[in-house]
Write a protein that binds this ligand. Structure first.
Ligand code: PMP
Length: 400
């Protein structure tokens, strides 16, 4: 027997485990709405044309595979901050931004969590309830305490703004508040601009440190600027923030693991010290980040034609998702007119939070071969027009 026979079996991941179950299903009807990955109308993975173009350019230029510095590719770091804050922001010129390229959104959050644990210990991180399934694990494995703040009201299928404000107010001063930059996962419900203002006011009053998770910039509305509204607003208010960025969705670089962790601070001396710590943390976990995807981002953003083409492709992807959102709602309103389905087009981004119970989700999967997460979330990026009616019928069957 192995010395490791006593190791406890870990449960499958609540999101990626769904893809494993999907693969094992042999039915022609099967539909994977679990993981948030964009598919074409033919339900095939999509590599953006602009990405292929950048890669061709990189090969022609004979790019090497040398190690990057610990904090990543300098031209990528410059580009990623420009996308986040808008080009040539004063905070950058003043040296108040610390940026490390990291392993997409997840790795950036993890380095951020480790920084909290190491450099500002004893803080509690507040997560929205519900939130993306990996947030808890990321902070827990870095040894950081976390709690929930209220976020979603199932009654209104909207934001529980009063609950949110009350919980953030009752958190100890100088806590860390994780906020989804746009297209909240899994609910698709974001604060309005007026509500962001009130959240910012409260963060100032309470001296909280907001940690923005920006995984969908440009992918929610189709506009990079519009989707960066919240973190930019906080920065313009003079609030210090942390931001994790991901290029998985908006540039379709899922498996390349491209992202960044940024601190936008009010002094350049603090930014310098923070950067030195981030480098030390990254060095011990993965030494330095992968080069290929970072070069793609830097090529695309650095070339006006390619940058324009990216924006068009992003708008196209966001538009296709909005289209199937509408079709799903139309089918449901026709099949089951007694229920209010308007929440589907009110929610934004990649997901719809359907309100299906775990038993209803089981019915979706076991009877209809539709794979989704147990919390009732479906990824509309994995739905095609031609499957919208099938999905609507399955939802109707499951809620009856
Ligand atoms: N944060 C949120 C809210 C997400 O939805 C995701 C992707 N599902 C991520 C972070 C990170 O994804 P990745 O590590 O692929 O960038």
């Amino acid at each position: 027997a192995s010395r490791l026979e006593g190791v406890e079996q870990a449960p499958p991941d609540p999101i990626l485990g769904v893809s494993e179950a999907f693969k094992a299903d042999t039915s022609d009807l099967k539909l994977n709405l679990g993981v948030g990955a964009y598919r074409t109308e033919e339900l095939k993975p999509y590599v953006l044309n602009v990405v292929k173009k950048a890669e061709r350019k990189m090969i022609d230029a004979g790019e090497n595979k040398e190690y990057l510095p610990i904090d990543g590719l300098a031209s990528f770091n410059k580009a990623t901050v420009n996308l986040l804050l808008g080009f040539d922001h004063a905070a950058v010129k003043e040296g108040c931004v610390a940026t490390v390229q990291s392993l997409s959104g997840t790795g950036s959050l993890r380095v951020g969590a480790q920084f909290i644990q190491k450099c500002i210990p004893g803080k509690t991180v507040y997560l929205s309830n519900p939130t993306w399934g990996n947030h808890r694990g990321i902070f827990s494995s870095a040894g950081v305490k976390w709690e929930y703040y209220r976020y979603f009201d199932p009654e209104t299928v909207g934001l529980d703004f009063e609950g949110l404000m009350e919980d953030i107010k009752n958190a100890p001063d100088a806590s860390i508040i994780v906020l989804h930059g746009c297209a909240h996962n899994p609910t698709g419900v974001d604060p309005t601009k007026e509500q962001w203002k009130q959240i910012a006011d409260l963060c100032v009053d309470k001296n909280h440190l907001p940690f923005f998770d920006v995984a969908y910039q440009g992918f929610a509305s189709g506009s990079l600027d519009e989707d960066a509204y919240a973190p930019r607003y906080f920065v313009d208010r003079g609030i210090e923030i942390m931001v994790a960025q991901s290029y998985s969705k908006n540039l379709g670089l899922y498996g390349e693991r491209v992202g960044a962790l940024n601190f936008i601070l009010s002094s350049s001396s603090a930014a310098k010290k923070v950067l030195s710590q981030l480098k030390q943390i990254a060095r011990a976990i993965y030494s330095n980040p992968p080069v290929h995807g970072a070069r793609i981002v830097s090529e695309v953003v650095g070339n006006d034609d390619m940058f324009g083409e990216w924006k068009q492709e992003m708008e196209y992807m966001a538009g296709r998702i909005k289209g199937v959102r509408q079709e799903l709602q139309d089918h449901l309103e026709r099949i089951n007119p007694d229920k209010d389905w308007s929440f589907i087009t009110k929610q934004i981004g990649m997901f719809s939070f359907t309100g299906l119970t775990p038993q209803q989700v089981e019915n979706m999967t076991n009877k209809h071969h539709i794979y989704m997460t147990k919390d009732g979330r479906i990824s509309l990026a994995g739905l095609s027009s031609s499957k919208a009616e099938y999905l609507a019928k399955a939802i109707d069957d499951s809620v009856r």
